[in-house]
Ligand binder design. Structure first.
Ligand code: ZN
Length: 295
């Protein structure tokens, strides 16, 4: 059993409209689902991704108006990196951006409006059209000590160490996306808040495979949750040895379970159990100006 790669990454934002505008207009991602936080339905949950919400392209946010900034540090995923063909169309667009070179690729580093670290990694095309973001390139985890996390990735998830550079260790999944472990024994611990990453979800191809992961993680003494229904996938959660919250999420049923592919993200979706309270929920949610998709 191997983890094919990243399913989605979830982060915390403050102002919902500012977050929505940045990821759809500046980065050109699609809003593939507008829904509520199932545990706190008076707040939104945004899902951005490619046109279909393909696993491996999905970045989600809990936008909490007025949320204080978090602190980036160890025990957290600290950087989200996307694949682009080249940086030509992107360089010069983001305040405070810088271009670096890492493992033979050009990398454009910048932050989102809540200060969360983002990167675009130029991978030289490979069939992708134009300049658009296609999917995640990698996620970077900051760790006080990286060895136990590295063992989870290699011995359990089936990742392979591909390269290392200074204190960065790069692991590749069977389908070719990456987890970078940054070993930072002297750095301070991160603190949750706006502009920080809440968790990283990895893919399970089916419910059956997810059950096997749940059993395997329990056997390895991870404190793994029951399977939770997230409407668009099913989830289990556990904390990796360095403290980052990991999730394993199923590919099915996907985002077209409650709206058509063409209309993804164009209206507020509420899980069936909360649907009777739609009017109250809508009244509590901040008003939003949604992107208009011309198909
Ligand atoms: Zn998740």
């Amino acid at each position: 059993m191997k983890i094919p790669g990243i399913h989605h990454i979830t982060a915390i934002a403050s102002d919902p409209q500012r977050n929505l505008d940045f990821y759809t207009q500046q980065l050109g991602l699609r809003l593939v689902k507008l829904t509520v936080n199932f545990d706190d339905p008076g707040t939104y949950h945004f899902y951005f991704g490619d046109d279909h919400g393909t696993p491996g392209s999905i970045l989600t946010f809990f936008p909490w108006p007025g949320a204080p900034r978090g602190r980036s540090g160890t025990g957290q995923a600290t950087v989200i990196s996307f694949t682009v063909p080249s940086l030509n169309a992107w360089a010069g667009k983001f305040p405070g951006e810088r271009i670096t070179r890492r493992f033979d690729s050009d990398v454009l580093a910048f932050t989102d409006p809540d200060g969360m670290a983002l990167e675009l990694v130029a991978t030289g095309g490979g069939g992708s059209e134009g300049s658009a973001i296609s999917r995640f390139h990698s996620v970077t985890l900051s760790e006080g000590g990286y060895e136990a996390t590295a063992r989870l990735l290699t011995e359990t998830f089936g990742y392979e160490l591909q390269a290392s550079e200074d204190s960065r260790f790069r692991y590749v999944s069977s389908e070719g996306d990456f987890v970078d472990l940054l070993c930072q024994p002297d750095a301070r611990r991160g603190g949750m808040g706006a502009g920080t990453i809440h968790h990283v979800a990895f893919r399970a191809e089916s419910d059956e495979i997810q059950k096997q992961w749940q059993a395997e993680l329990a056997r390895l003494n991870y404190n793994v949750t029951p399977i939770l229904d997230r409407q668009y996938f099913h989830s289990i959660y556990f904390r990796e040895p360095g403290g980052v919250l990991f999730e394993i999420a199923t590919d099915p049923p996907g985002f077209t379970v409650d709206e058509t592919a063409a209309s993804l993200g164009t209206g507020l979706k509420i899980p069936p159990a909360l649907e009777p309270m739609r009017a109250e929920i809508e009244a509590k949610l901040p008003k939003l100006k949604l992107p208009v998709y011309v198909r």
